[in-house]
Design a protein. Structure first.
Length: 108
């Protein structure tokens, strides 16, 4: 998986930005409490903040496992030139496997 943001994360960011824009408030004003020590706390927001990192990590791990399984099933090799050079050095020859049906420069 790439390092890009998931759709749900982008959607959440855009929702918060839109809400702040329509209410004409800054983030500090929007999430401020009158009495920081004894004021009521939004339990749902706290739970979401606490679980967001572990959910994202689990989703990324699941995507990486699916990609590894797909490569194992189809016997795919990374098709970038850097990966091809790396694999070529390991094999000690110029014969490069096709990467998922695509011919590489080394195999021509």
């Amino acid at each position: 998986m790439r390092g890009s943001m998931s759709i749900s994360t982008l959607s959440a960011i855009q929702t918060v930005k839109h809400t702040m824009l329509t209410q004409k408030k800054t983030a500090v004003e929007m999430f401020n409490r009158e009495n920081i020590k004894y004021g009521p706390v939004d339990q749902k927001m706290c739970q979401n903040i606490l679980s967001a990192g572990s959910k994202d990590k689990a989703l990324r791990k699941q995507a990486a496992l699916k990609e590894m399984e797909r490569r194992r099933v189809f016997d795919c090799q990374p098709s970038s030139s850097a990966a091809a050079a790396k694999n070529q050095g390991r094999r000690g020859g110029s014969g490069q496997k096709e990467a998922c049906g695509q011919t590489t420069k080394a195999s021509l």
